[in-house]
Write a protein that binds this ligand. Structure first.
Ligand SMILES: Cc1cc2nc3c(=O)[nH]c(=O)nc-3n(C[C@H](O)[C@H](O)[C@H](O)COP(=O)(O)OP(=O)(O)OC[C@H]3O[C@@H](n4cnc5c(N)ncnc54)[C@H](O)[C@@H]3O)c2cc1C
Length: 1024
């Protein structure tokens, strides 16, 4: 091999495509890089001059676009608000709405408008003719801007664009705009449009004559027609976690497309999307083109993104695949279009950032990838896609240095962005392909906004090249870049600068886009199988009790499979447990806080080590799907770490000493705590309540839900293994109706922490209020109860996001979350399109067993829950009109229920007032936001709520007026994260402060004040 340093690649298997290449030497120049520099500079300088010449010649004057770019380079905040306005435009139907949004986005104290800008915007909104003019102007502006980057609304319009390109000695790849779809209806429509496109192109290309420069390569003729495709648009349940199911479904959709392209002699290229989809996209590519039918077809193509730290490993794997397959394929090398997204999302999830952190590192990686691709051209047909003169000149210099015949390397640019570069390269005799997107503006909005962002980014070559920056700067080598010394980094999740506490770092959820993670989960499910059906004991003072009644707990996904044999604690056990906790209380109270906190931290470590096994138990015992089960473990870990830190914070007494008088305010333990937990967050909620009580110095009687006793037992064992004394923690599985009243009513109980239904919660509060003989304490009750949560969808909302968000909030874990959405209120004209899309989207739900990663909705927890949900499904159909339903597929034998969505429901009816705890949703039209707020508020609950809107004013209003415990804006309403989103509601949704928040532990503590006069005979010691 030539310059490429093979030793850098650590390739063993396909999964190594995910290998991170982060070591500093990866960014350094190779010998070849240095040797190429003089030729590169010469080629680059003349290419740059020609690009600038072409730019001047081909400049299209576009007032809107030019003004937008000019404004967006003035001020970052102004840019963000302008682009948000552009993004919202297609959803704004009336002149009033356009004028209002323009003003809301831009006329704000924090946005720097040019002089007179605010007055102009206010004037435009002030009268109807001006508003009409504004709507027309912005409509024309958006359309002309879209036309700049999008070649037409349909294949016919786009065909005339590509024919114009061909006349300029440029060739093309056609892309039908569209990304992740919300329904199979959309996915099938997308597939159909591709098939039609291929037919149209076959017709159109009949009249084309082959051109040597565009239609031949060094190895011979190449197809005149080339199409690009985004795989996620072909299947609504596209999910890297369900790798096999996704691969199978996408290949089924692709087959007619690829067969048609192959018959017609076209090229098909798979685009690359966000990093989550990378592995499954490669997998589909591999699987598809190893099929006998396509194995020798050399017109398939794929993309490699050089902004990924894994890019070089990806290329190596692709090269090995090409060798294994025995037929070359095309590889388009790009930097990548989702840099901001990847950076933000990985920070949000706490995952390693997959992209290079500095632009020169991406550029340098791009050059190393160019080297590799061009050296391996006989296996991987290189297509270098960039608008950066240096990046393109580098490929030319490399091809020249290797003495490759002309047109071995292809150069690619984007329509509307890279034609000057394309024409310049074409003038130099290269084969240049233009990526030509077409389609409607609405599905194309994400693409348009990406182009606007790219053109206005400080790091973008296109922007810099337009700013008359000197060639020596534009062509400077990225390999000499020195990574800046780490500045004082403010962690992403600190937003309140007044907080002095070290920011809490949440436990990241497992990354199920990785095959290794999927394998770990599968292995854990296998590992627990021999343990199914084991006895879960009652444990008092560390001793498992013998001879208790045992009740079978069945796997809700599979009738008849016993997951655990649960011992039911007796009243005598409850008595023993209370006695034990009372006896251990004083000793435990006086254990230093750091020791108690360390037990929690060790428990968190134990959970980390057993993460997939704990998840596997949840899958089997309560039917929690993979991601949700893992999130449950992550939350349990967070509770341990967070409450440990919180208790250490609270353990510092507050001092208010004055001369001669010392004052101290501090917290002390309350006494024995009874924890009664639900099954829906079988680990997290049980762990949260238990460890909060423990770390506060209260012995605990832990009563898991009947349905999730095995998981409860796993938690008990982890706590004991972490050093929790066995007389401080008692484990009492069993029937809540039998032992609950005894535990709650006993005079020795000091605290009751309960999460569950409203009736049971209220009865606990009532019973705890009774004072019994011998009782020394007024009991403290912490009760998290139900919700009847609403999402408001505003008229200007992004409906794709709203539909997906509402559906996920309503059907995640089959709606068995107190935070789940059960009412959707849609404002004005958004109602009909929202209903249409929701009705289609609900069909994408796959009801199935929880252990199958392709399941999107598992069964409910047991037969009682199933009967209740089915009852409400009937009520929904009676009280509203059936909008959409996903029925249970035949052949499933478990506690499965359908998803039922009813529209036009009565807001005061049973369906809209009672908590269902299942996937039954009411959708209602509302005329205004006022009406939406009224209806949202007309239940007894106030737990979670949501809003989808792009109006800053409406968002501000809903923030003020939707008085729920947890309000979520423009995202799903479930999945609260410890510390970031402390969780809990008001009114009939519960009493007490929020779990995972700064006030939670106070409920398990008693505050005390001690005042000491330290003055003796007129003198006093100074403070320590
Ligand atoms: C024909 C064609 C097809 C394409 N297809 C795809 C595709 O399928 N999938 C895809 O993801 N992309 C694709 N792209 C790439 C993408 O859309 C951008 O156009 C491209 O990344 C811009 O790179 P550049 O070399 O033109 O510009 P440059 O200005 O040199 O580079 C800009 C790029 O650098 C990277 N970057 C920006 N800031 C930073 C930073 N702070 N740290 C590290 N890196 C940074 C980003 O990738 C950014 O796009 C395609 C591009 C072309 C031309």
């Amino acid at each position: 091999m030539l310059e490429i340093r093979q030793s850098e690649f650590v390739y063993q298997s396909e999964s190594n495509m995910l290998e991170e290449m982060t070591s500093p030497q990866d960014t350094g120049p190779s010998l070849g890089t240095l040797a190429l520099e003089p030729a590169l500079q010469t080629i680059g300088a003349s290419l740059l001059a020609e690009v600038r010449n072409q730019e001047t010649k081909g400049r299209i004057s576009d007032v809107f676009y030019d003004r937008l770019m000019e404004l967006s380079t003035r001020d970052e905040k102004l840019k963000v608000e302008l682009f948000r306005f552009v993004d919202a435009l297609p959803a704004l139907k009336t002149p009033e709405s356009v004028a209002r949004h323009l003003s809301e986005y831009l006329v704000r104290p924090d946005v720097q408008l040019p002089a007179g800008g605010a007055q102009l915007i206010n004037f435009l909104g002030s009268n109807l003719p001006a508003r009409l003019a504004l709507k027309t102007a912005t409509g024309i502006g958006a359309t002309t801007m879209a036309k700049r980057f999008i070649a037409g609304r349909n294949g016919r319009e786009a065909t005339s664009a590509i024919e114009r390109l061909r006349r300029q000695n440029l060739t093309f790849t056609m892309d039908l705009l569209g990304e992740a779809v919300t329904s199979e209806h959309e996915a099938l429509a997308y597939q159909k449009k591709y098939l039609e496109l291929l037919e149209d192109l076959a017709m159109a290309s009949k009249s084309w004559t082959r051109q040597a420069q565009t239609d031949t390569a060094s190895w011979g003729d190449i197809p005149m027609v080339n199409v690009s495709i985004k795989l996620s648009s072909l299947y609504a349940r596209f999910d890297p976690m369900a790798r096999d199911a996704t691969t199978e479904a996408v290949i089924a959709r692709l087959l007619p497309i690829i067969r048609s392209a192959k018959d017609k002699g076209f090229i098909v290229n798979f685009d690359m999307e966000q990093n989550d989809f990378r592995d499954v996209t490669f997998h589909i590519f591999r699987t598809m083109f190893l099929m006998e039918e396509f194995r020798t077809w050399d017109n398939a193509g794929i993309v490699c993104q050089a902004y990924l730290k894994s890019a070089e490993a990806d290329l190596l794997a692709l090269r090995d695949y090409a060798i294994e397959r025995g037929t070359p394929f095309w590889v388009r090398l790009v930097k990548g279009a989702y840099w901001d997204y990847e950076t933000i999302i990985s920070a949000q999830r706490g995952h390693p950032c997959p992209v290079w952190p500095y632009k020169p590192l991406t550029d340098a990686c791009f050059e190393r990838c160019e080297d590799f691709l061009i050296e391996n051209w006989m296996h991987l047909r290189p297509a270098i896609a960039s608008h950066n003169v240096r990046s393109q000149a580098r490929a030319q210099a490399k091809a020249k240095a290797l003495g490759l015949p002309p047109r071995t390397v292809e150069y690619q640019v984007l329509y509307g962005m890279g034609e000057p570069m394309g024409r310049a390269l074409s003038a130099a005799g290269e084969r240049v392909r233009v990526y030509v997107p077409f389609g409607e503006l609405l599905p194309g909005m994400a693409y348009l906004v990406r182009r606007l962002l790219e053109n206005s980014s400080n790091d973008s070559f296109v922007r810099k090249a337009g700013e008359a920056i000197d060639a020596s700067i534009l062509l400077a080598s990225p390999h000499t870049f020195e990574i800046p010394a780490p500045a004082h980094v403010v962690p992403a999740d600190v937003t309140d600068e007044s907080e002095s506490m070290t920011p809490f770092i949440n436990e990241p959820e497992a990354d199920f886009a990785l095959v290794e993670t999927q394998d770990q989960m599968r292995a854990a499910l296998k590992a627990i199988t021999p343990e199914l059906g084991q006895v879960v004991p009652v444990v008092i003072n560390g001793i498992p009790m013998q001879g208790r009644e045992v009740v079978d707990r069945e796997d809700p996904s599979h009738a008849g499979t016993v997951v655990a044999k649960v011992s039911y604690a007796t009243l005598d056990d409850a008595e023993l447990a209370l006695t034990a906790c009372t006896a251990s209380f004083k000793r435990w109270r006086d254990v230093p806080v750091t020791e108690r906190a360390d037990i929690l931290r060790r428990t968190a470590d134990g959970m980390r080590k057993n993460r997939f096994v704990l998840s596997a138990w949840m899958v089997r015992e309560v039917g929690k799907p993979w991601r949700e089960a893992d999130a449950d473990v992550a939350e349990a870990i967070d509770f341990c770490d967070y409450y440990a830190a919180e208790m250490e914070r609270l353990a510092n007494p507050r001092k208010r000493n004055i001369p001669g008088e010392w004052n101290e305010y501090f917290y002390e333990s309350r006494g024995p705590a009874v924890v009664i937990a639900p099954w829906n967050f079988p680990l997290a909620i049980l762990a949260g309540m238990t460890v909060a009580a423990l770390v506060a110095g209260n012995p605990v009687i832990m009563k898991p839900a009947e349905q999730s006793s095995r998981i409860g037992y796993e938690l008990y064992k982890l706590l004991i293994a972490a050093g929790c004394p066995s007389d401080v923690l008692q484990f009492l599985p069993g029937d809540g109706e039998v032992i609950g009243p005894k535990l709650v009513g006993d005079p020795r109980t000091a605290v009751i922490a309960f999460t569950g239904s409203r009736p049971v919660g209220l009865s606990i509060i009532r019973s705890a209020a009774d004072v019994h003989p011998g009782q020394r304490e007024i009991k403290r009750v912490v009760a998290e109860l139900g919700g009847k949560n609403a999402i408001i969808v505003d008229e200007d909302a992004d409906l794709d996001e709203a539909v997906l968000g509402a559906l996920q909030s309503a059907t995640g874990f089959s709606g068995q979350k107190c935070s789940a959405c059960s009412r959707v209120l849609v404002v004005g004209t958004a109602y009909e399109p929202f209903c249409e899309r929701l009705a289609e989207a609900v069909k994408t739900i796959k009801i199935g067993p929880a252990e199958d990663p392709s399941t999107t909705m598992p069964p409910v927890v047991d037969r009682d829950a199933q009967a209740r949900v089915l009852r409400y499904a009937d009520i929904a159909k009676r009280e509203g009109k059936l909008l959409g339903e996903q029925t249970v597929p035949a052949g499933l034998d478990g506690c499965y229920v359908p998803v039922v969505i009813a529209k036009d429901c009565d807001p005061k009816g049973q369906l809209c007032q009672e908590e269902v705890f299942g996937p039954v949703v009411a959708v209602m039209p509302v005329a205004t936001l006022d009406e939406a707020l009224d209806i949202a508020d007309n239940t007894i609950y106030a737990l979670t709520g949501g809003l989808y809107s792009r109006s800053p004013q409406n968002i501000a209003r809903v923030r003020r007026e939707m008085r729920v415990g947890n309000l979520y804006i423009n995202r799903k309403i479930t999945g609260a994260i410890v510390d970031r989103q402390p969780f809990g509601g008001a009114r009939m949704s519960g009493v007490g402060s929020k779990a995972g928040g700064p006030d939670y532990l106070l409920q398990f503590l008693v505050p005390r004040t001690i005042t000491e006069s330290v003055m003796r005979r007129g003198f006093a010691p100074t403070e320590d």
